[in-house]
Design a protein around this ligand. Structure first.
Ligand code: SF4
Ligand code: SF4
Length: 187
């Protein structure tokens, strides 16, 4: 059952604003972000609803939502917001908080996929699709779904057998992860 709204609970809003640097409290509920979101039909909460729930301090409900894990960080919402709220950044912050607080995930596979994706980017500087999918399947023990698509993806060069380590951009991403780890240790 949803807990009663705690109008005086601003701690969650303050934490999300501090960590994301986004003024979530300024959200007008105009819904422009949600109407431009390509993942909205799959989400249990629209991005505007997520902003409202953060304003209301509904931390447990927000962190347990499927929406924060399905968000593709495409920033379509961020570019539409009249209040210049970085909604994609807020979603990133909420995912980090969900991990830190060990919030119950609506579907553990969504979190595992996200985790496998980030580990792949951290290690290779960009996503290594085949390695990421293998890690994901080993962790979920879901070995056979979508295997039939692999030959076609290999033929179209959508999948590579080896990771791409060399580009300068990939190196920059790996360095960014290192800096983030160092910042995290200082907290
Ligand atoms: S960043 Fe996330 S919430 Fe925003 S439009 Fe893209 S998928 Fe939707
Ligand atoms: S576009 Fe901005 S102001 Fe409008 S609902 Fe979304 S976050 Fe709030």
């Amino acid at each position: 059952m949803t807990k009663a709204v705690e109008w005086t609970n601003t701690a969650f809003l303050e934490e999300v604003e501090r960590r994301s640097g986004a003024p979530v409290g300024a959200c007008l509920q105009c819904h422009k972000c949600s109407t431009g979101c390509p993942i909205a039909p799959e989400m249990d909460l629209l991005s505007s609803q997520v902003m409202r729930m953060v304003q209301l301090g509904l931390d447990e409900e927000t962190l347990a939502s499927k929406a924060i894990w399905l968000c593709a960080s495409c920033e379509a919402c961020t570019t539409r917001c009249p209040m210049e709220i970085d909604i994609a950044g807020v979603m990133d912050t909420l995912r980090m908080l969900a991990v830190e607080r060990k919030a119950a995930a609506p579907d553990e596979r969504v979190r595992t996929f996200n985790d496998s994706f980030l580990k792949s980017v951290r290690r290779h500087g960009r996503v290594f699709e085949l390695g990421m999918m293998t890690a994901y399947k080993l962790r979920t023990r879901d070995f056979f779904s979508d295997v039939d698509k692999v030959p076609a993806m290999l033929a179209k060069r959508k999948l590579s057998f080896l990771p791409h380590h060399s580009s300068a951009a990939a190196k920059e991403v790996r360095e960014a992860f290192k800096r983030a780890d160092e910042e995290e240790k200082k907290r």
